[in-house]
Write a protein that binds this ligand. Structure first.
Ligand SMILES: Cc1ncc(COP(=O)(O)O)c(C=O)c1O
Length: 488
């Protein structure tokens, strides 16, 4: 077992637990994971921005509904009636959580990616329609729009005021009248919370609608679609403590109800002949196939629990931890923090993204895992244009990277390491990260690592970690080769 030197306290002791309703407990908080030297250690999960562990209350809700699991909207049996009502009750809870209007629909989807693809599909877009967006978006809020419309990207703005100025300017461009503004609620790479309400006000003043990618916002900040003026909203359950395969698209019935369904099939229709179909009204129209009632209930249970705690307390918890981490990072000047906006007043999620010149991001992340039992994400965070900007990758370097990737060479691709927080994060977790980084920066990795050409990931040469076994699955080690952690 590694014994770490204590971290000198840099900030006031933290009253991290809320003085109000206690923060909901998460599963996996006592997870012991193996280190490459064969010992085990309490796992430090600092990868909430990718996916969160489930809340205990979500798991309880799932266990409570499972015996009642039956077909939704399709059965006369009592269990079917319970499942159907549970599914619709979950919809009402999700609508309340995001402050939807009575005229909005909540469509259950798999995740934010599906929600935005569905939204783009439903909007009556044409190639000459202008969608205003930014270069900092996650690919999920970038690629679907450009399939069907002309997207104008605002450069990564140096501060929130510059963002609002450039939105204002773009909205008054008479040559390119904007119909939709599609922005993130918060950056998944650097954590800045975007001034969504102000952007919505500007959009509406100029006759445009606003669609918000709330994958990162929904788990960490309060959302009120009415107050903030959000027309359309997308988010994922697996990023808000409900990893059971459900997310949501929320938007006006008038828009979602007029579209051809993206998926055609059972449940989405009122009448079918051999040569015609009459589509149902939403939400059914956009939820063809048997619905994921368990996922919907899990998402609703998470919404309910977050509501009870109060999103302001969730945000306060994460901000205190970020301030604590920021203070300690001052002792690690070798790290280059990546940020869009600087300054103490910037509203930032619990996200710290950084590079270290002395070590490739994939090696740093791998050593944090193999030697310190710390889980972070590294790579490009599905935001290539933004990370290219943050890292200052030149046009010729970008060309070279693109060519290498085209040839299947994933070695030595630029990127960064991201540590991200959530409800289950504690001061001890931050201390463990700081100690792990201090050790790696000062002494280098203890072990020897090799880079996998195919994935670009690093693996310790002498790796004694074994995977847990599950009686219902073949051996997890069976594939015998590194699967890569999807740096991109
Ligand atoms: C800002 C943002 N948008 C969209 C997505 C896509 O979410 P999902 O993978 O759940 O579809 C993510 C995921 O990381 C994200 O961070």
């Amino acid at each position: 077992m590694l014994t770490d030197p204590p971290v000198a306290p840099r900030a006031e002791p933290l009253a991290v637990a809320s003085r109000h309703t206690p923060l909901p407990a998460l599963l996996g908080r006592d997870l012991e994971v193996p280190l490459a030297d064969g010992t085990t250690r309490l796992y430090v999960n600092l990868d909430y921005a990718a996916s969160t562990p489930p809340m205990e209350r979500v798991a309880d809700a799932v266990n409570a509904i499972l015996p009642w699991y039956s077909s939704v909207h399709r059965g006369a049996g009592f269990a079917s009636q319970v499942s159907t009502r549970a599914y619709e009750a979950a919809r009402a809870t999700v609508a309340r959580f995001v402050g939807a209007r009575p005229s909005d629909e909540v469509i259950f989807v798999r995740n934010t990616t599906e929600a935005i693809n569905l939204l783009v599909h439903c909007l009556p877009l044409r190639p000459d329609h202008v969608v205003l967006s930014t270069a900092v978006e996650h690919h999920a809020n970038m690629l679907p729009w450009r399939r069907l419309a002309r997207v104008v990207y605002l450069d990564p703005p140096p501060d929130p005021e510059a963002l609002l100025d450039s939105v204002r300017r773009a909205l008054t461009d008479r040559l390119r009248p904007v119909g939709i503004v599609a922005v993130t609620g918060a950056s998944n790479v650097t954590g800045e919370v975007f001034p969504v309400a102000e952007i919505a006000r500007l959009a509406h003043e100029h006759g445009a609608m606003i669609a918000v990618d709330a994958a990162q916002l929904a788990p960490h900040r309060a959302i009120d679609m009415v107050q903030m003026g959000i027309d359309m909203l997308a988010f994922s359950g697996h990023k808000m403590y409900a990893p059971f395969g459900a997310g949501a698209l929320v938007g006006p019935s008038a828009i979602l109800g007029n579209a051809e369904p993206m998926l055609a099939g059972g449940g989405a229709v009122t009448y079918v002949t051999l040569d015609d179909v009459q589509w149902a009204q939403p939400p059914d129209r956009l939820e063809a196939g048997s619905p994921n009632v368990i996922g919907a209930v899990a998402l609703a249970a998470a919404c309910e629990a977050l509501d009870q705690v109060g999103m302001q307390h969730v945000a306060a918890h994460e901000k205190r931890l970020l301030a604590y981490l920021d203070a300690h990072f001052e002792d690690l000047p070798q790290l280059r923090r990546l940020r869009l906006w600087e300054g103490k007043d910037v509203d930032r999620l619990g996200v710290a993204t950084f590079t270290y010149e002395g070590m490739h991001h994939a090696l740093l992340a791998s050593a944090l895992s193999a030697e310190h039992a710390i889980g972070v994400r590294h790579g490009c965070f599905c935001a290539h244009p933004y990370i290219t900007h943050l890292l200052g990758v030149s046009i010729s370097e970008a060309h070279d990277i693109r060519e290498r990737l085209r040839r299947g060479e994933h070695r030595d691709i630029p990127g960064a390491v991201r540590a991200s927080f959530g409800l289950g994060t504690t001061v001890e977790h931050v201390d463990r990260l700081v100690i792990g980084l201090q050790t790696l920066l000062e002494k280098g990795p203890k072990l020897v690592y090799v880079e996998d050409r195919a994935t670009g990931d690093y693996e310790p040469v002498d790796d004694r970690r074994t995977f847990p076994t599950f009686p219902f699955l073949p051996s997890l080690a069976a594939s015998g080769h590194a699967l890569g952690c999807g740096q991109f």
